[in-house]
Write a protein that binds this ligand. Structure first.
Ligand code: SF4
Length: 361
Protein backbone atom coordinates (compact mmCIF):
# COMPACT_ATOMS: atom_id res chain seq x y z
CA UNK A 1 0.00 0.00 0.00
CA UNK A 2 1.34 3.49 -0.84
CA UNK A 3 2.30 5.72 2.07
CA UNK A 4 -0.75 7.06 3.83
CA UNK A 5 -0.64 10.40 5.63
CA UNK A 6 -2.03 10.97 9.10
CA UNK A 7 -5.47 12.51 8.86
CA UNK A 8 -5.38 16.10 10.11
CA UNK A 9 -7.90 18.87 9.64
CA UNK A 10 -5.74 20.97 7.28
CA UNK A 11 -4.61 17.91 5.28
CA UNK A 12 -8.17 16.68 4.83
CA UNK A 13 -9.45 20.10 3.80
CA UNK A 14 -6.62 20.50 1.29
CA UNK A 15 -7.20 17.00 -0.10
CA UNK A 16 -10.92 17.66 -0.53
CA UNK A 17 -10.34 21.10 -2.10
CA UNK A 18 -7.81 19.66 -4.59
CA UNK A 19 -10.44 17.21 -5.77
CA UNK A 20 -13.16 19.80 -6.02
CA UNK A 21 -15.30 18.53 -3.15
CA UNK A 22 -17.41 21.10 -1.33
CA UNK A 23 -16.14 22.08 2.13
CA UNK A 24 -18.98 20.30 3.93
CA UNK A 25 -17.61 16.94 2.78
CA UNK A 26 -14.53 17.46 4.94
CA UNK A 27 -16.79 18.46 7.82
CA UNK A 28 -18.76 15.24 7.36
CA UNK A 29 -15.58 13.17 7.65
CA UNK A 30 -14.35 15.16 10.64
CA UNK A 31 -17.66 14.58 12.45
CA UNK A 32 -17.18 10.84 12.03
CA UNK A 33 -13.63 11.04 13.34
CA UNK A 34 -14.01 13.42 16.27
CA UNK A 35 -17.69 13.50 17.24
CA UNK A 36 -18.45 9.83 16.71
CA UNK A 37 -14.98 8.51 17.39
CA UNK A 38 -14.86 6.34 14.26
CA UNK A 39 -11.39 5.38 13.03
CA UNK A 40 -12.35 3.35 9.97
CA UNK A 41 -13.39 5.16 6.78
CA UNK A 42 -15.50 2.15 5.77
CA UNK A 43 -17.88 2.95 8.64
CA UNK A 44 -18.66 6.46 7.31
CA UNK A 45 -21.97 5.39 5.88
CA UNK A 46 -23.12 8.74 4.49
CA UNK A 47 -20.12 8.95 2.13
CA UNK A 48 -20.03 7.37 -1.32
CA UNK A 49 -18.06 4.13 -1.43
CA UNK A 50 -15.52 5.55 -3.91
CA UNK A 51 -14.83 8.48 -1.59
CA UNK A 52 -14.41 6.21 1.43
CA UNK A 53 -11.97 4.06 -0.51
CA UNK A 54 -10.01 7.06 -1.75
CA UNK A 55 -9.80 8.44 1.78
CA UNK A 56 -8.68 5.08 3.13
CA UNK A 57 -5.95 4.94 0.48
CA UNK A 58 -4.75 8.46 1.34
CA UNK A 59 -5.07 8.71 5.11
CA UNK A 60 -4.74 6.85 8.33
CA UNK A 61 -6.74 7.95 11.37
CA UNK A 62 -4.52 7.92 14.43
CA UNK A 63 -5.69 7.33 17.99
CA UNK A 64 -3.98 7.71 21.33
CA UNK A 65 -4.39 4.83 23.75
CA UNK A 66 -3.31 5.22 27.36
CA UNK A 67 -0.69 2.71 28.44
CA UNK A 68 -1.70 3.11 32.08
CA UNK A 69 -4.79 4.55 33.75
CA UNK A 70 -4.38 5.14 37.49
CA UNK A 71 -7.27 5.97 39.77
CA UNK A 72 -7.01 8.02 42.95
CA UNK A 73 -9.07 7.43 46.08
CA UNK A 74 -10.68 10.83 45.41
CA UNK A 75 -11.87 9.78 41.93
CA UNK A 76 -9.11 11.55 40.01
CA UNK A 77 -7.89 9.47 37.06
CA UNK A 78 -4.55 9.82 35.41
CA UNK A 79 -3.93 8.65 31.86
CA UNK A 80 -0.39 8.00 30.74
CA UNK A 81 0.36 7.94 27.01
CA UNK A 82 3.56 6.54 25.64
CA UNK A 83 4.48 8.41 22.47
CA UNK A 84 7.31 7.75 20.05
CA UNK A 85 10.98 7.94 20.94
CA UNK A 86 10.39 7.42 24.64
CA UNK A 87 8.37 10.59 25.11
CA UNK A 88 5.39 10.20 27.40
CA UNK A 89 2.61 12.58 28.30
CA UNK A 90 -0.16 12.57 30.82
CA UNK A 91 -3.72 13.79 31.18
CA UNK A 92 -5.69 14.00 34.40
CA UNK A 93 -9.47 13.70 34.82
CA UNK A 94 -10.58 15.62 37.89
CA UNK A 95 -14.13 15.17 39.15
CA UNK A 96 -15.49 18.16 41.02
CA UNK A 97 -19.26 17.78 40.65
CA UNK A 98 -21.00 19.09 38.72
CA UNK A 99 -17.78 19.64 36.79
CA UNK A 100 -15.50 17.01 35.34
CA UNK A 101 -12.30 18.69 34.23
CA UNK A 102 -9.68 17.18 31.97
CA UNK A 103 -6.17 18.57 32.28
CA UNK A 104 -4.19 17.96 29.08
CA UNK A 105 -0.60 18.30 27.90
CA UNK A 106 0.56 20.40 24.97
CA UNK A 107 4.21 19.33 24.84
CA UNK A 108 6.25 16.32 25.90
CA UNK A 109 8.49 17.80 28.56
CA UNK A 110 8.83 21.57 28.75
CA UNK A 111 11.52 24.10 28.00
CA UNK A 112 10.33 26.86 30.33
CA UNK A 113 12.44 25.82 33.30
CA UNK A 114 10.13 26.85 36.15
CA UNK A 115 12.06 26.07 39.33
CA UNK A 116 9.06 24.64 41.19
CA UNK A 117 8.00 22.23 38.44
CA UNK A 118 9.28 18.71 37.95
CA UNK A 119 8.49 18.70 34.22
CA UNK A 120 11.11 21.37 33.79
CA UNK A 121 13.75 18.76 34.67
CA UNK A 122 12.92 16.90 31.48
CA UNK A 123 13.52 19.83 29.21
CA UNK A 124 11.48 20.08 26.03
CA UNK A 125 11.28 16.72 24.29
CA UNK A 126 8.95 17.84 21.52
CA UNK A 127 5.76 19.65 20.67
CA UNK A 128 2.55 17.64 20.42
CA UNK A 129 0.50 17.73 17.24
CA UNK A 130 -3.11 18.92 17.33
CA UNK A 131 -4.17 15.29 16.95
CA UNK A 132 -2.10 14.29 19.96
CA UNK A 133 -3.64 17.10 21.99
CA UNK A 134 -7.21 16.23 20.99
CA UNK A 135 -6.36 12.52 21.20
CA UNK A 136 -5.99 12.90 24.97
CA UNK A 137 -9.59 14.12 25.14
CA UNK A 138 -10.93 11.33 22.92
CA UNK A 139 -9.05 8.74 25.00
CA UNK A 140 -10.31 10.24 28.26
CA UNK A 141 -13.88 10.11 26.96
CA UNK A 142 -13.45 6.38 26.46
CA UNK A 143 -12.58 6.06 30.17
CA UNK A 144 -15.74 7.79 31.41
CA UNK A 145 -18.37 6.01 33.47
CA UNK A 146 -21.98 6.01 32.24
CA UNK A 147 -23.50 9.44 32.85
CA UNK A 148 -20.14 11.20 33.02
CA UNK A 149 -19.22 13.96 30.58
CA UNK A 150 -16.12 16.11 30.39
CA UNK A 151 -17.33 19.62 31.21
CA UNK A 152 -14.05 21.57 31.17
CA UNK A 153 -10.64 21.27 29.56
CA UNK A 154 -7.55 22.97 30.89
CA UNK A 155 -4.19 23.19 29.11
CA UNK A 156 -2.23 22.77 32.31
CA UNK A 157 -0.54 19.43 31.91
CA UNK A 158 2.97 19.12 30.56
CA UNK A 159 4.31 21.94 28.47
CA UNK A 160 3.76 25.61 27.72
CA UNK A 161 0.78 25.74 25.35
CA UNK A 162 1.71 29.06 23.79
CA UNK A 163 5.14 27.71 22.86
CA UNK A 164 3.25 25.26 20.62
CA UNK A 165 0.86 27.88 19.36
CA UNK A 166 -0.33 26.58 15.98
CA UNK A 167 -1.07 23.06 17.20
CA UNK A 168 -2.86 24.35 20.28
CA UNK A 169 -5.06 26.69 18.25
CA UNK A 170 -5.81 23.90 15.76
CA UNK A 171 -6.72 21.65 18.70
CA UNK A 172 -8.99 24.34 20.14
CA UNK A 173 -10.84 24.48 16.82
CA UNK A 174 -11.48 20.73 17.03
CA UNK A 175 -12.44 20.90 20.71
CA UNK A 176 -14.99 23.65 20.10
CA UNK A 177 -16.34 22.73 16.65
CA UNK A 178 -19.79 21.25 16.34
CA UNK A 179 -18.25 18.51 14.22
CA UNK A 180 -15.59 18.00 16.87
CA UNK A 181 -15.79 17.66 20.64
CA UNK A 182 -18.38 20.46 20.80
CA UNK A 183 -17.23 22.16 24.00
CA UNK A 184 -17.92 25.84 24.56
CA UNK A 185 -14.71 27.88 24.45
CA UNK A 186 -15.72 29.33 27.83
CA UNK A 187 -15.06 25.88 29.22
CA UNK A 188 -11.53 25.70 27.89
CA UNK A 189 -8.67 27.36 29.75
CA UNK A 190 -5.18 27.88 28.36
CA UNK A 191 -2.56 28.51 30.98
CA UNK A 192 0.68 30.29 30.11
CA UNK A 193 3.82 31.37 31.91
CA UNK A 194 3.31 34.69 30.15
CA UNK A 195 4.56 34.60 26.55
CA UNK A 196 3.30 38.11 25.99
CA UNK A 197 2.99 38.34 22.17
CA UNK A 198 1.35 34.91 21.95
CA UNK A 199 -1.16 35.88 24.64
CA UNK A 200 -2.40 38.69 22.42
CA UNK A 201 -2.63 36.29 19.47
CA UNK A 202 -4.57 33.75 21.51
CA UNK A 203 -7.15 36.29 22.62
CA UNK A 204 -7.48 37.44 19.00
CA UNK A 205 -7.67 33.94 17.49
CA UNK A 206 -9.85 32.12 20.04
CA UNK A 207 -12.40 32.80 22.76
CA UNK A 208 -10.94 30.51 25.41
CA UNK A 209 -10.25 31.52 28.99
CA UNK A 210 -6.77 32.73 29.78
CA UNK A 211 -4.77 31.80 32.86
CA UNK A 212 -1.36 33.24 33.68
CA UNK A 213 1.08 31.49 35.97
CA UNK A 214 2.46 34.34 38.09
CA UNK A 215 3.81 32.90 41.37
CA UNK A 216 5.85 35.96 42.32
CA UNK A 217 5.39 39.64 43.02
CA UNK A 218 8.81 41.10 42.18
CA UNK A 219 10.98 40.64 39.10
CA UNK A 220 13.88 39.35 41.19
CA UNK A 221 11.70 36.71 42.80
CA UNK A 222 9.98 35.73 39.57
CA UNK A 223 13.23 35.51 37.63
CA UNK A 224 14.49 33.02 40.16
CA UNK A 225 11.33 30.94 39.93
CA UNK A 226 10.43 31.41 36.28
CA UNK A 227 13.22 32.16 33.78
CA UNK A 228 10.65 33.46 31.28
CA UNK A 229 10.53 36.60 33.41
CA UNK A 230 13.85 37.68 31.88
CA UNK A 231 12.19 37.89 28.48
CA UNK A 232 8.83 39.19 29.70
CA UNK A 233 9.17 40.94 33.05
CA UNK A 234 6.20 41.67 35.28
CA UNK A 235 5.53 45.09 33.87
CA UNK A 236 5.37 43.87 30.27
CA UNK A 237 3.21 40.93 31.30
CA UNK A 238 0.73 42.92 33.35
CA UNK A 239 0.59 45.77 30.85
CA UNK A 240 -0.45 43.20 28.25
CA UNK A 241 -3.04 41.74 30.65
CA UNK A 242 -4.52 45.21 31.11
CA UNK A 243 -4.66 45.77 27.34
CA UNK A 244 -6.20 42.43 26.35
CA UNK A 245 -9.78 42.75 25.13
CA UNK A 246 -11.19 40.30 27.65
CA UNK A 247 -14.98 40.14 27.34
CA UNK A 248 -17.08 41.66 30.12
CA UNK A 249 -18.01 39.10 32.76
CA UNK A 250 -14.74 37.26 32.21
CA UNK A 251 -11.59 37.46 34.26
CA UNK A 252 -7.99 36.46 33.73
CA UNK A 253 -6.97 33.78 36.21
CA UNK A 254 -3.60 34.32 37.87
CA UNK A 255 -2.12 31.15 39.27
CA UNK A 256 0.13 31.50 42.24
CA UNK A 257 2.03 28.48 43.57
CA UNK A 258 2.46 28.95 47.30
CA UNK A 259 6.07 28.22 48.28
CA UNK A 260 6.89 28.27 51.98
CA UNK A 261 9.18 31.17 52.93
CA UNK A 262 9.58 32.21 49.28
CA UNK A 263 6.46 33.99 48.05
CA UNK A 264 3.89 33.50 50.80
CA UNK A 265 4.27 36.59 52.98
CA UNK A 266 1.73 39.29 53.74
CA UNK A 267 4.00 41.72 51.87
CA UNK A 268 3.73 39.49 48.78
CA UNK A 269 -0.05 39.48 49.09
CA UNK A 270 -0.16 43.26 49.35
CA UNK A 271 2.17 43.64 46.36
CA UNK A 272 -0.02 41.27 44.39
CA UNK A 273 -3.08 43.40 45.10
CA UNK A 274 -1.19 46.43 43.73
CA UNK A 275 0.13 44.56 40.69
CA UNK A 276 -3.34 43.39 39.67
CA UNK A 277 -4.91 46.82 40.02
CA UNK A 278 -6.98 47.60 36.93
CA UNK A 279 -7.12 43.99 35.70
CA UNK A 280 -10.30 41.91 35.90
CA UNK A 281 -8.47 39.17 37.74
CA UNK A 282 -9.02 36.21 39.95
CA UNK A 283 -6.20 34.56 41.80
CA UNK A 284 -5.90 30.84 42.23
CA UNK A 285 -3.62 29.96 45.13
CA UNK A 286 -2.03 26.57 44.55
CA UNK A 287 -0.58 24.68 47.48
CA UNK A 288 2.83 23.44 46.33
CA UNK A 289 3.13 19.68 45.97
CA UNK A 290 6.69 18.79 46.84
CA UNK A 291 8.68 16.35 44.69
CA UNK A 292 12.05 14.74 45.32
CA UNK A 293 14.88 17.20 44.79
CA UNK A 294 12.44 20.04 44.21
CA UNK A 295 14.17 22.30 46.72
CA UNK A 296 11.00 24.03 47.90
CA UNK A 297 8.63 23.48 50.80
CA UNK A 298 4.89 24.01 50.69
CA UNK A 299 3.51 27.14 52.32
CA UNK A 300 1.67 26.38 55.56
CA UNK A 301 -2.12 26.28 55.60
CA UNK A 302 -2.04 29.33 57.89
CA UNK A 303 0.15 31.26 55.44
CA UNK A 304 -2.14 30.36 52.53
CA UNK A 305 -5.20 31.43 54.49
CA UNK A 306 -3.56 34.70 55.54
CA UNK A 307 -2.50 35.37 51.94
CA UNK A 308 -6.00 34.72 50.65
CA UNK A 309 -7.55 36.99 53.29
CA UNK A 310 -5.17 39.81 52.34
CA UNK A 311 -6.13 39.49 48.68
CA UNK A 312 -9.83 39.46 49.48
CA UNK A 313 -9.41 42.47 51.75
CA UNK A 314 -7.68 44.22 48.85
CA UNK A 315 -10.66 43.54 46.59
CA UNK A 316 -9.05 40.71 44.60
CA UNK A 317 -11.02 37.51 43.98
CA UNK A 318 -8.96 34.68 45.42
CA UNK A 319 -9.54 30.98 45.92
CA UNK A 320 -7.37 28.13 47.10
CA UNK A 321 -6.96 25.15 44.83
CA UNK A 322 -7.92 21.93 46.44
CA UNK A 323 -5.21 19.40 45.81
CA UNK A 324 -6.48 16.32 44.00
CA UNK A 325 -5.02 12.96 43.08
CA UNK A 326 -1.99 13.27 45.35
CA UNK A 327 -1.95 9.52 46.05
CA UNK A 328 -1.37 8.84 42.35
CA UNK A 329 1.00 11.77 41.78
CA UNK A 330 -1.58 13.54 39.67
CA UNK A 331 -1.76 16.68 41.76
CA UNK A 332 -0.54 20.05 40.56
CA UNK A 333 3.20 20.29 40.41
CA UNK A 334 3.77 16.56 40.62
CA UNK A 335 5.56 15.40 37.59
CA UNK A 336 5.96 12.41 35.46
CA UNK A 337 9.66 12.05 35.76
CA UNK A 338 9.02 9.25 33.43
CA UNK A 339 11.60 9.46 30.76
CA UNK A 340 14.34 11.43 29.19
CA UNK A 341 17.05 11.75 31.78
CA UNK A 342 14.87 10.07 34.34
CA UNK A 343 14.11 6.65 33.02
CA UNK A 344 10.85 4.80 33.14
CA UNK A 345 10.63 2.58 36.08
CA UNK A 346 7.41 0.69 36.34
CA UNK A 347 4.48 2.02 34.42
CA UNK A 348 2.89 3.18 37.63
CA UNK A 349 5.93 5.00 38.88
CA UNK A 350 6.01 6.72 35.59
CA UNK A 351 2.88 8.43 36.59
CA UNK A 352 5.13 10.52 38.67
CA UNK A 353 4.98 13.16 36.07
CA UNK A 354 4.75 16.75 35.85
CA UNK A 355 1.63 18.40 35.82
CA UNK A 356 2.30 22.07 35.58
CA UNK A 357 2.46 23.64 38.94
CA UNK A 358 0.16 26.26 37.67
CA UNK A 359 -2.88 24.14 37.43
CA UNK A 360 -6.54 23.57 37.26
CA UNK A 361 -8.64 26.60 38.01
S1 SF4 B 1 5.16 25.04 35.22
FE1 SF4 B 1 4.41 24.69 33.14
S2 SF4 B 1 5.62 26.10 31.87
FE2 SF4 B 1 6.73 25.90 33.82
S3 SF4 B 1 8.20 24.25 33.46
FE3 SF4 B 1 6.33 23.32 34.34
S4 SF4 B 1 5.13 22.65 32.57
FE4 SF4 B 1 6.66 24.12 31.84
Amino acid sequence: MPHRAELTVPALRAWMAERGFPRYRATQVLAWVYRRGVSDFAAMSDLARELREALAAAFVISRLTPSVVTRSADGTRKLLFQLDAGAAIESVLIPDPPRLTLCISSQAGCGMGCAFCATARLGLLRNLSANEIVGQVVAAQAELQPGERISNIVFMGMGEPLANYDAVVEAIEILTAEWGIGLSSRRITVSTVGLVPAMARLVRDTAVQLAVSLSATTDAQRQRLMPVNRRFPLEALLTMCRALPIPQRRRITFEYVMLGGVNDTVEDADRLVRLLHGIRAKVNLIPFNAFPGGGFAPASDAAIRRFQERLLAGGVHASVRQSRGQDIQAACGQLALAHGGVRHETAKRQADRSHRAASVP
